[in-house]
Design a protein. Structure first.
Length: 296
């Protein structure tokens, strides 16, 4: 079965440890433009914010699903976690999703006083296609490009303080060749074709046929010294998105960003999806790096 032929399924996040949450807040008008806020149990005047971007190949997914679990765990470290919805690719063409996430960031900063957010400490965290959205949003915001008159608060800054990106796709025409190099069989036989999940990004066109768009949507091409610090995570056994996608982005980042602002962890034998990354060592690494990057 092709990726896009799967039946959609929603499993909610386990939020029983959260004592305060505010759900279904609109960050702008329109369908798929609401967000959920989860607060830590510790009481503070203001909280650093993690905006979690779910994956699903841009074809499936919704806010506050089970994919939020690893970010929600960071409430224990004092972070507010925000789960926004964004338009799926069959609802709005790319890069609408980038404009939506920038609207979320502006909303968070514009409403910081109301919701006790620290506007100087906003982190984007994404998994799978959500990782691509998170990195591309942060990278283009840092160089003031891929902007649009989209949503409210247009004069508010849409840059972020850090990015966490887990097993994301970044160079969409390289999947097949990279799987061959790694000696892995792709989980989805349509990988690289117009009907693949990556093909949906380009309007149901094979990525190899639109290399100019592949380059336009590759966040590596926007990295500069102004890019916020970034943690990349990926697994060696991933048969959905080859680990070389993350590794090549790390190499590009080291050439353009301060070395202290680029971190990675490659997990041996780890597959695609949040379950394999729900580990204490990964949680500790996130907290350690965010403490260093946000509070210097």
């Amino acid at each position: 079965m092709k990726f896009i032929e799967r039946a959609p399924h929603f499993s909610p996040v386990d939020a029983k440890m959260i004592t305060k949450k505010i759900l279904d807040i609109p960050y702008m008008t329109g369908e798929r433009h609401t967000l959920d806020i989860y607060y830590p149990s510790v009481s503070r005047e203001t909280y650093p914010v993690i905006i979690d971007v779910y994956g699903g190949g841009l074809y499936f997914g919704a806010k506050s699903s089970y994919k939020l679990q690893n970010s929600l765990a960071l409430t224990a470290a004092g972070y507010v976690v925000i789960s926004p919805n964004y338009s799926l690719i069959w609802q709005a063409p790319f890069p609408t999703q980038i404009y939506e996430l920038k609207a979320v960031i502006r909303w968070v900063r514009a409403h910081a006083q109301t919701y006790q957010f620290d506007p100087t400490k906003i982190i984007l965290s994404g998994e799978s296609s959500g990782a691509h959205l998170a990195v591309l949003t942060a990278a283009t915001a840092s160089v003031r490009t891929m902007m649009a008159d989209f949503g409210p608060d247009l004069t508010v800054d849409d840059r972020v303080s850090a990015v966490i990106a887990a097993y994301g796709p970044y160079q969409f025409d390289a999947f097949s060749a990279q799987f061959k190099v790694l000696g892995l069989t792709p989980k989805f036989s349509e990988t690289g074709t117009a009907s693949s999940f990556e093909g949906q990004l380009f309007g149901k066109i094979a990525p190899s046929d639109v290399t100019h768009l592949v380059e336009k949507y590759n966040p590596a091409n926007y990295l500069t010294a102004t890019m916020p610090p970034m943690l990349l995570l990926a697994g060696t056994a991933d048969q959905v998105v080859p680990i070389l996608q993350s590794q090549n982005l790390a190499v590009a980042a080291l050439q353009k960003m301060p070395q202290s602002h680029v971190a990675w962890q490659w997990l041996k034998g780890t597959h695609h999806g949040p379950q394999d990354f729900a580990r204490t060592d990964i949680y500790d690494l996130k907290v350690q790096l965010l403490n260093k990057w946000l509070w210097h």
